[in-house]
Design a protein around this ligand. Sequence first.
Ligand code: ATP
Ligand code: MG
Length: 566
Amino acid sequence: MSGLSILEGLNENQRHAVTYTDGPLLIIAGPGTGKTLTITRRILYLIHTGVRPSEIVALTFTNRAGREMRERISPYLTEEKNGLFLGTFHMFGLNILRRYYNRDFRLIERKKQLEILKSITDGTLKKAQALLDYISRVKNLYDVESMKDSAFLKYEEILKDKNSLDMDDIILKAMELLKTSREAHADIARLKHVLIDEYQDINPLQYEFIKSLYGVTENICAVGDIDQAIYAFRGADIEHFLNFKRDFKGAHSIFLKENYRSTPTIVQASQSLIKHNKKRIAHPLESMSFNTSNKIKFVTVNNEYEEAKTIVREIEKKMGATSHYSLTQNDFRGEWDNNYRFSDFAVLFRTNHQADVIREAFVDSGIPYQLIKDVFYEAIEDIIDKLKMSTNEIPQGKNIAHILDDAFATADTEGLLGLKRNLLHAYEALQAEIALKKVTDELYLFRSPDAIDRSSDSVSLMTLHMSKGLEFKVVFIAGFEEGLIPYSLANTEEEIEEERRLFYVGMTRAKEELFLLCSEKRHVHGAIRMCKKSRFFYEIPDGLMDEITISKKEKPKKRPKQQSLF
Ligand code: ATP
Ligand code: MG
């Protein structure tokens, strides 16, 4: 790729962000302004100007995001492309440990951690789980004082005896290693550029890690949006964002102001909403979209079953006659619009509990969907166990596809199958043993958003948290009600602000159309609860929304089955 084409199509501020390569840089920008795109181009630009791929580290929030970036960059890298690191903090830390920590260390799974913790508490799962959460928090908050607690020390001792590390140790130990191992430090000293996407969500441990890399290179480029910080509950701290200039001396900041993703209506509505947060860096955001600006649809329905059916019907309507799925449906209302694919739609919700009813409606309709629920870690651990058995000896002629088929043989959820497809896609070209090692590492570091399969033509059903960084033509947000959005456990002003940011993330995933659905009644723990529309409803200007009520009586009449069109 030539220098010119790397900058092609970028606006002035994006170009500035790509080409400002001397010293710390903070790119502050709203959703859809091309932050992720800018990081991708910046990597290409750096390589174009002579920086070696192995001198660049780009840290992403999920493995999936890292992989997507790699796919975009790979065609333009001719040599040495394997030296470029693009992935999560954890994966980067693990790479350091694999090279410089003692050779035989094991990563332990959650169930083993719980066994250990049971042995040092009263033997109950409840206590063990509470202690596990505590220890994880101490590590992620980099709470050095609490690391001296007796329970913490006992746990660490047992882990040391077993030559094992837990997931949270990865960054912690990698960071220590950079201080204590000359080889590790010498290796990392090669780095010339560190790039971090989604900087607003880093936690104190990750922050310490970045600071330790800052000792190696001043070229730290962080990209983020404080209005999209949604991981305070996991210890992420937006203060890091606010303090960037103090912590990284001489840092330059660049604002991106143009939103290329969403229609003016969606941009204006989301800006009106987020202005209600006090803790933010206000900056303008303007839609560059030429799409006709449909109003946001605020749809009131009777209950959660109607909510799910309304979503399905709307997708069928939009897919129109081009879809054979619609042709088999009674509700078909034949609009000739063939501009959509199933993957253009997403249904977002606040809690995993809401997923089942929505999923049933998709099953009934025959519309292909992928539900990215929190995949249970036990299922992943089972798969890791099976893979470990393969590690001992890979029979001749077996490739990673065969191995994955065996290990995932009993996996039946869309999340797991999506994950399997992603792994296969990423590693099938590698030699079996190397691929197996990479697959196992990735499964250890698994996070639910990794299961999203962007190549499958299906409607995505996922929590608001998982939708970060993604975009869809049409977005449905289900359960736009008090108790769900904002969630009932959010009480303090800070927590409500976080819920507002989460809803903001959801809204700003939409490129063309946004549907907010509110149920009048909802089943909660076996009882029926009467619901009120979300308080955030009142923060979106009236003129940008159409209100629609679908009561039982007004349910669209069923039409007879379509006759053959030909
Ligand atoms: P988020 O905050 O949601 O992560 P982002 O700032 O990372 O968003 P991107 O995902 O990089 O934004 O870009 C959003 C969309 O805008 C993408 O479809 C991208 O291709 C497009 N885009 C970004 N910059 C430009 C540009 N200069 N010209 C045209 N399209 C652009
Ligand atoms: Mg992004």
